[in-house]
Design a protein around this ligand. Structure first.
Ligand code: ADP
Ligand code: MG
Length: 160
């Protein structure tokens, strides 16, 4: 399943991110074991961190969503979920994820949001959804692909 839509401004991107996160809450029972993995694809400045902010705040985080560019990962405890927001842009070698203890991040009831997932190939879990954000002049288009049954559960009811 694939859906594509035009996003005129940042508010439209945040709205789509929060609608997907609402489905995460609605369908928790069908998603919890082991959880969800979402790959965020697109050039620098496309909106991957902005999407993550809308998603994480909708799941209940009240504060700032910091870009994990330097820390590689920021973790949010948002019961019933643990959300790991990765940005692997600065990862020199995918094997570093092994040294970081990536396996400890992959229990049940977890959500992995990954910017630049290509750089962690072989160590990140495979995606349930890929979200690709492209520039359209100063606006954006977004394409969401569901690659697993869990991904389809989330995407199915989203109006684009
Ligand atoms: P990335 O994490 O992909 O490098 P960021 O989310 O940090 O990108 O930055 C995206 C920038 O694009 C922000 O300045 C945001 O306001 C802007 N932006 C997000 N969505 C849109 C949109 N639909 N149209 C125009 N600008 C957008
Ligand atoms: Mg970013």
């Amino acid at each position: 399943m694939q859906k594509t839509t035009y996003l005129a401004d940042e508010a439209a991107l945040l709205s789509l991110a929060s609608r997907l996160a609402q489905n995460v809450t609605r369908y928790h029972d069908r998603l919890s074991a082991p959880g969800l993995t979402i790959y965020l694809l697109g050039d620098l400045g496309a909106g991957k961190t902005t999407f993550s902010r809308g998603f994480i705040q909708q799941l209940g985080h009240q504060g700032h969503v910091k870009s994990p560019t330097y820390t590689l990962v920021e973790t949010y405890e948002l019961p019933p979920w643990t959300v790991h927001h990765f940005d692997l842009y600065r990862l020199a070698d995918a094997e570093e994820l092994e040294f970081m203890g990536i396996r400890d991040y992959l229990g049940s009831d977890r959500i992995v949001l990954a910017e630049w997932p290509q750089r962690g190939e072989g160590y990140l879990p495979s995606p349930d959804l890929t979200i690709t954000i492209d520039y359209v002049d100063t606006a954006r288009s977004i394409t969401i692909n569901a690659l697993t049954e869990r991904g389809r559960v989330l995407l199915d009811t989203i109006e684009c």
